[in-house]
Design a binder for this molecule. Sequence first.
Ligand SMILES: Nc1ncnc2c1ncn2[C@@H]1O[C@H](COP(=O)(O)OP(=O)(O)O)[C@@H](O)[C@H]1O
Length: 170
Amino acid sequence: MMTGITGTPGTGKTSVARELERRGHTVVRLTDTVRPYVIEEDSRRRTMVVDVDRWVEEFEPVDGIVEGHLAHLLPCDRVVVLRCRPDVLRERLAPRDYPEEKIAENAEAEALDVILIETLEEHPDERVLEVDTTDLPIGECADRIERFICGEFPPSYGSIDWTGYLEVGR
Ligand SMILES: Nc1ncnc2c1ncn2[C@@H]1O[C@H](COP(=O)(O)OP(=O)(O)O)[C@@H](O)[C@H]1O
């Protein structure tokens, strides 16, 4: 079974995947697989443009966890969408040497549920779990994901509304 862990940068994918790996799960990091599919790199914005269609087409399915902000585009059996309140997301991204424009874009994408919407375009409801990591310690996020994978924790999404965090007049 392949479980995707996706989310806006800063929502905690790397941290929770590290914890799940420590607990014995096989983890594939998407950043390690996209390199051959990079079409363009924008070093100022620290962004890569990837040939996503070809990457999805050629991706070898994994019996384990795939972690990365494109994971929901793969034919996963389960998808976990990590979330983080936009003001806290900004704090989490602050130590990265991202330009302000990129931090603002990520906070806005999070406020607009962009990754959740993309996930629901690809996967039926019963495969999707949204986890709000804002106040949930990494270990507890990992517990919930493990229980979701084995069917003990039910799928759910849609209880988050962060439109109030959209920055107006930018
Ligand atoms: N559940 C959490 N609670 C508090 N801080 C977290 C949590 N998950 C991640 N963080 C912190 O947020 C920052 C970004 O986490 P990271 O795992 O790198 O996110 P991503 O891989 O989604 O970009 C790190 O400093 C990490 O320690």
